[in-house]
Design a protein around this ligand. Structure first.
Ligand code: SF4
Length: 604
């Protein structure tokens, strides 16, 4: 290691107090400034924060934004999720490749630019899109790519290439991004008029237990997807034994098709922080942590400034609103791992570990961050709390539908004329949403992102609520020209990449599901394959350790239920005993690569 790198490691570790819990910050900083975290740097970091080398190495190898291998000063990450592909991402990929003279996963010979794919950057409403370092580039075309590459070669600074700014706070001096909010519909909770901090003032005029009861009476359920009652979560945390309590905000929406939290973080950060503060008061916490996905790092400085503003107004820190209540919020950036949206994986990441989910029980409300009782709610849940306090639990409980009170923010994208963020009262039908978003001849809607449910026309009369079509917020529309199996294959490919690999059914099962769907897609399916897909999907669901594996077979299982005729149409009825899917060349490819020679089968 050269002296400069040694000094960087020393400076970085010292600035984070040589604290092993701040390992994410340390490795992110070193990666950013050094372009990689090689073996000797891993050794040095491990020694400085007093952990075994393997702990640092396991973090570096886990997150897609970190690398032991040297990357370019500029890293282009082109989003390749299904919606970006529907909007021409493959053509964009070819143009980047051609203009740079390199393939994906490669760096230009001068070491300047690395080109990569990434599965979701939260921009499905303005796809195709790419992250270049931390800058977001949206609505890409081949011409724009040529301009960007020429600009990068000339300036070596992606910031200088952001010529037009988006709306609202996207144009704020600390954001300066070309992203648009695309807020298409506003309703009574999230985007309602609200006088800042009235919810907090009302909460602090009540006892903590009264605040929790108010949230329970409102029947507010977590907006992240699982829908656990927020008030109960708060009650459990308050009641749990612990020297400290924590409030954690999950700002790691990473499901392809989801982008609504991006808009809340951009336009309503003060409400998120206020909601977290109310939660802190209710459960007896003095610390709040917001886990911001690495893809939204372009909002980091802006969010920090909003926190600073609250501190200067006495709304964070000691003796908030003159009362004996102290609360602080810290932002933790992620580094590109979808699984960290799962609450226990998110806690692992906050603790400076790989984003591995933890066994449950114990649940985070009893044993969360650093073992302290912690509530984990998502961005939208904290914003919703304000209206519960301001307008009252009864008012809130009356909104929406039975069992699902309030409103839901939806990220709507795909084959529609008006992709964007829509706020609806719970109970709205898919039909209404399709009409208002300008859906173009829809044949399928994926409710709740890839791990959700794929529904067909017959189910479009169904309503969005926890008891029927539950969703964390993503609705992706597919028109009649789309091949459903291609969509399912893309989703399974995503899950193969994103499984943390801890348990075999999830690690191996998704590869099998993807490959069998691929086999059918190519017209090589056999009659028994459909039963096998169903059996395998169910087995993965019951045998997986965390919510990821318990839901990720859904694209296959729900599309089999709703679009069985599409699968059946591709199945061949065979009269011989041959196995049409077996490809000897493909089967031998890995062995040939490892042995670094061709099989004699080919040479003969
Ligand atoms: Fe990891 Fe998948 Fe197992 Fe969850 S189900 S712990 S993501 S391998």
């Amino acid at each position: 290691m050269d002296i400069k790198t040694k000094e960087l490691v020393n400076r970085t570790c010292t600035s984070f107090g040589n604290d092993r819990y701040r390992l994410m910050d340390i490795v992110r900083t070193v990666q950013w400034e050094n372009g990689c975290i090689p073996d000797d740097v891993i050794d040095d970091i491990a020694a400085r924060v007093s952990v075994a080398r393997v702990e640092v190495e396991s973090v570096v190898s886990f997150y897609s934004f970190l690398s032991k291998k040297q990357k370019g000063k500029i890293v282009i990450r082109l989003c390749n999720d299904i919606i970006d592909k529907m909007n021409g991402a493959e053509l964009i990929a070819d143009t980047f490749s051609r203009e740079l003279g390199i393939g994906f996963g490669e760096t230009t010979p001068d070491g300047m630019i690395t080109l990569e794919h990434t599965p979701c950057i939260g921009m499905c409403d303005q796809a195709p899109a790419a992250l270049i370092n931390e800058e977001v580039f949206t609505l890409l075309s081949s011409d724009k790519v040529r301009e960007i590459v020429a600009g990068l070669k000339a300036t070596e600074d992606p910031k200088k290439l952001v010529k037009r700014l988006g709306d609202g706070n996207n144009a704020h001096i600390l954001v300066k991004s070309m992203v648009y909010n695309n807020i298409r519909r506003q309703d009574a909770v999230i985007f309602a008029d609200y006088k800042a901090n009235t919810g907090l003032e009302k909460a602090m005029a009540m006892s903590p237990v009264e605040v929790i009861n108010e949230v329970k009476t409102a029947r507010l359920r977590g907006r992240g997807g699982a829908g656990f009652p927020a008030g109960m979560k708060w009650e459990f945390t308050r009641a749990a034994e612990g020297k400290e309590k924590l409030v954690i905000c999950n700002a790691d929406e990473g499901e392809p098709g989801t982008f609504k939290d991006r808009v809340l973080l951009t336009e309503l950060p003060d409400r998120i922080f206020e909601g977290m503060t109310i939660a802190g008061y209710a459960v007896g916490a003095e610390t709040g942590l917001i886990y911001l996905r690495g893809e939204y790092a372009y909002l980091y400085n802006f969010l920090q400034s909003q926190l600073e503003e609250r501190r200067s107004q006495g709304l964070l820190g000691k003796n908030i609103l003159g009362k004996n209540f102290n609360f602080e919020i810290r932002i933790q950036l992620g580094a590109g791992a979808y699984i960290c949206g799962e609450e226990t994986a998110l806690i692992s990441s906050l603790e400076g570990l790989r984003g591995d989910p933890k066994n449950r029980p114990p649940f985070p409300v009893q044993h969360g961050y650093k073992g302290f009782p912690s509530i984990v709610n998502n961005v939208e849940t904290f914003v919703s709390v304000l209206q519960v306090l301001e307008k009252g639990a009864g008012w809130f409980a009356e909104l929406g539908s039975h069992g699902s009170s309030g409103t839901k923010l939806l990220s709507i994208a795909g084959d529609c004329q008006r992709p964007g963020v829509y706020e609806y009262p719970f109970g709205v039908t898919v039909d209404t949403i399709l009409k208002e978003s300008g859906a173009e001849d829809p044949i399928a809607v994926q409710i709740g992102g890839p791990s959700g449910r794929m529904i067909s026309k017959e189910q479009f009369g169904g309503s969005i609520c926890y008891d029927h079509l539950a969703t964390g917020g993503a609705l992706t529309i597919f028109g009649s020209h789309k091949n459903i199996l291609e969509v399912v294959h893309a989703y399974m490919d995503f899950f193969v990449d994103e499984s943390c690999g801890f348990c075999v059914p999830c690690r191996v099962g998704h590869v099998l599901l993807r490959d069998y769907v691929g086999k059918i897609l190519k017209g090589n399916g056999e009659p028994d394959d459909l039963a096998l897909l169903e059996k395998l999907g169910q087995a993965i669901k019951v045998a997986s350790r965390c919510g990821f594996g318990q839901t990720s077979p859904n694209p296959v299982l729900t599309s089999l239920a709703s679009f069985r005729h599409v699968y059946e149409g591709l199945i061949k009825k065979r009269t011989d005993k041959n196995v049409p899917s077996f490809d000897i060349r493909r089967a031998l490819a890995d062995a040939e690569r490892i042995a670094d020679r061709h099989s004699v089968l080919y040479s003969n």
